[in-house]
Design a protein around this ligand. Structure first.
Ligand code: HEC
Length: 438
């Protein structure tokens, strides 16, 4: 029988339409004046980011939902051809769902697939990397003062995604795949090592984002190279009246479980750039791995809770210790990232507010003002306005984070001169001395 493999998002089946539109967009972009080009880049950033979040939610949301189904299936008293069934209620309706051990004798007319969300999350994510990090590697990607040429920074960044997949592929083709705890340990050490090494070249933010992108690449590639092909195999076998090798099915399940456990850590790296405290201290790799372990522990807690949904918390079914572990790890990260004014900053001679204001006026206000004067900036980036003394004082900690700890401000663009080491020391000292106003 001819099955209709129903894909949502069929538009992407016409890649030439998308390619044509992209080319047209590029053509228009190149005719724009400089300020308009910067404005257009911001909008491109917004639209691609929006899409990335939409596809990411659709992918991970569906993944969470199907993991829940698998975990919570009733397996007792079902027909022999089923591995379980489940009743759920949502949006004003009651749903009844059955899972087959392999496939029904007669395949249905419509079979709905879930794959484009995963692919498009990756594609839009990669576009965002280009827009935010690779278009100007010196702005955010590279560590301040790095002498690495732009092309080498981009090659390293893109290469790290590829390398992550290859290393993961190597690891998963050994017997380690069937020993999840050991796999987790080895994976964790590798992630910490990668964060340490990337941190030697990239900024903290660039490092965290690339660790997230490496793991996201592994997840999307798992969908593309393992999960979807195995589903195609399953359908083909069902059509031919055959069953799949149980060993093969087992292998796929181990691989897809990796995606399940990677979700929470990857989501952390995607929001981390809003929180410079996590990547601006010394041992960023340590903070990263502490939060990753917390994420994996919470994901495991959710899995166990879903499987043991018939037990109550009091019966000890839900492994509450996993939550205690996660909370302890968060507390550890909280402590490790606490603001510690350097001895140097404290020993600095007193800094008057007027000196600070002069630095901000000369290096920040062209962008961070109610009405920016920097071409291409229609409003204050990040909503951060540094016009008045009160605003400057209220942003003191943030100012120190972005211009002393991570040093990614002021953004390096034509017409804005970077801060000198002396100016950064002044800002740090002012904050260490209590960030007093005029
Ligand atoms: C050329 C324009 C420009 C200049 C000059 C500039 N910034 Fe920014 N700033 C930005 C942009 C763009 C962002 C948003 C970046 C992003 O995507 O995180 C930003 C973000 C920030 C944030 C918010 C960071 C966060 O994570 O929430 C702070 C604080 C900040 N800048 C402070 C400063 C300070 C202090 C200076 C001067 C030393 C400065 N900026 C100079 C463009 C500029």
């Amino acid at each position: 029988m001819n099955i209709l493999h129903h894909d949502r998002l069929r538009i992407v089946k016409w890649p030439w339409v998308l390619a044509l539109l992209a080319l047209l967009g590029l053509g228009v972009y190149l005719t724009l004046a400089n300020g308009w080009q910067a404005h257009a880049r911001e909008w491109l950033n917004l639209v691609v980011r929006w899409l990335h979040i939409i596809y990411g939610i659709a992918w991970i949301g569906a993944s969470f939902y199907f993991i829940f189904l698998e975990n919570a299936l009733e397996r007792q008293g079902v027909r022999a051809e089923l591995s379980g069934n489940i009743w759920t209620i949502h949006g004003g309706g009651i749903y009844y769902l059955e899972k087959y051990k392999t496939a029904p004798v007669q395949l249905p007319k419509y079979l709905h697939w879930f794959k484009w969300d995963a692919y498009l999350t990756w594609v839009t994510g990669f576009l965002l990397l280009i827009i935010v990090y690779y278009a100007d590697p010196r702005a955010i990607l590279l560590a301040p003062g790095s002498t690495l040429p732009d092309w080498a920074a981009i090659a390293l960044a893109v290469g790290s995604l590829l390398l992550a997949w290859l290393v993961y592929l190597g690891l998963s083709s050994t017997k380690l795949l069937y020993r999840p705890a050991l796999f987790l340990l080895v994976g964790g050490v590798l992630v910490a090592g990668a964060a340490y090494l990337l941190g030697q070249v990239f900024s903290g933010r660039g490092t965290f984002m690339h660790i997230g992108a490496m793991l996201g690449t592994i997840m999307a590639a798992n969908v593309f190279f393992v999960i979807i092909p195995s589903q195609k195999k399953l359908v083909r076998a069902a059509q031919n009246g055959e069953t799949l090798d149980p060993q093969f099915v087992n292998w796929v399940q181990f691989r897809s479980r990796h995606n399940n456990y990677l979700t929470l850590p990857v989501l952390f790296t995607m929001i981390a750039h809003h929180f410079p405290m996590t990547y601006s201290g010394g041992a960023q790799w340590l903070i990263l791995i502490v939060l990753f372990v917390a994420g994996v522990a919470v994901r495991h807690f959710i899995n166990v809770t879903e499987k043991e949904h018939h037990k109550t918390l009091v019966e000890g079914g839900a492994m509450p210790y996993l939550l205690v572990l996660a909370a302890a790890l968060l507390l550890g990260a909280f402590y490790l990232t606490a603001p510690r004014p350097s001895a140097e900053a404290q020993a600095h001679p007193p800094v008057a507010f007027a000196e600070v204001q002069a630095i901000i006026q000369a290096h920040c206000q062209m962008c961070h003002a109610a009405r920016p004067t920097q071409p291409g900036f229609a409003s204050a980036p990040g909503g951060v306005m540094l016009d008045t003394p009160a605003q400057i004082v209220s942003y003191a900690q943030k100012i120190k984070q972005v211009s002393v700890d991570t040093q990614y401000m002021p953004l390096v663009v034509p017409g804005v001169s970077p801060l000198t080491a002396e100016q950064r020391a002044k800002l740090a000292a002012w904050v260490a001395q209590g960030a007093k106003g005029p």
